[in-house]
Design a binder for this molecule. Structure first.
Ligand code: XBP
Ligand code: MG
Length: 244
């Protein structure tokens, strides 16, 4: 039965994607499995600052419920019940070091786009669909990843790029998606959000945008009940197309 369900999901996904005026992509976990590099970059920053914090994958998976690297570090520190709270300046400096190391890791080319992403971007452009990004991470991180994967002129193909610091509230608040719709001048029902996490699903759903989920490393077992379609990889779209 699983094979049939997967085939139906891919066919539904191809139909959902094909009729959208715009595809709005999440970044981390959706375009590429970047969270493992974020995790390593956080640990590098902690070690550089003499902090005895080490986020293994189990700890990081729990901390990923908090979106935003700065907010995630503060949530971790709060959880240690150590007074006084870390000053914002310390959090900002840790995040600066982390972000610089993350870019160095990305620039090694060790984190390619996930299967099917490049093909979908190419096919969407060929169909005249518009492309956008709605993410919690920073513009610097988006540029590092997509310059490496798509070349330095990657932004020319995207009509809107909205990052975490562009809005007041990060996912699961709908802010990044509402701002993206405003910049695209499109209605929610005319678009599809492509996400990997429950926080992302909730954010897009609160903006009334239909969501296609691709399961990722840290969020594989999240509850995606509200999603229109759940795939393991975007490459399944191509397979579905070939069947039709
Ligand atoms: C994922 C996030 C980000 C990254 C770390 O963003 O929540 O916080 O984990 O990046 P999305 P920063 O899935 O919405 O792309 O340290 O720059 O926040
Ligand atoms: Mg994500």
């Amino acid at each position: 039965m699983q094979v049939v369900a997967t085939a139906l999901a891919a066919a539904d996904a191809a139909e959902l994607i094909g009729r959208a005026a715009a595809l709005i992509f999440d970044v981390d976990g959706t375009l590429a499995e970047t969270e493992e590099l974020h995790r390593r970059a956080f640990n590098h920053a902690f070690a550089s600052h003499g902090l005895d914090w080490h986020w293994d994958r189990a700890i990081y998976k729990k901390l990923l419920r908090v979106t935003g690297g700065k907010e995630r570090m503060r949530a971790h520190h709060d959880g240690l019940w150590i007074a006084p709270p870390l000053p914002d300046t310390d959090i900002a400096e840790l995040h600066r070091v982390k972000t610089a190391h993350y870019a160095e890791l990305i620039e090694t080319g060790c984190c390619p786009l996930r299967p099917g992403v490049t093909d979908l971007l190419t096919a969407a452009k060929a169909r005249g669909q518009r492309l956008a990004i709605a993410t919690t991470t920073s513009h610097g991180n988006i540029d590092a990843l997509l310059s490496q994967a798509l070349g330095t002129r990657w932004a020319a193909d995207f009509d809107a790029v909205v990052a975490g610091d562009d809005v007041r509230h990060k996912k699961p608040a709908p802010d990044v998606y509402l701002e993206t719709l405003a910049r695209l001048k499109l209605g929610a029902a005319d678009c599809v959000a492509i996400e990997d996490s429950r926080n992302g699903l909730i954010a897009a759903s609160r903006a009334n945008i239909p969501v296609l989920i691709t399961r990722s490393m840290f969020f594989r077992d999240d509850d995606f009940g509200e999603a229109r379609v759940v795939l393991d990889e975007l490459s399944e779209l191509g397979a579905a197309k070939q069947k039709n």
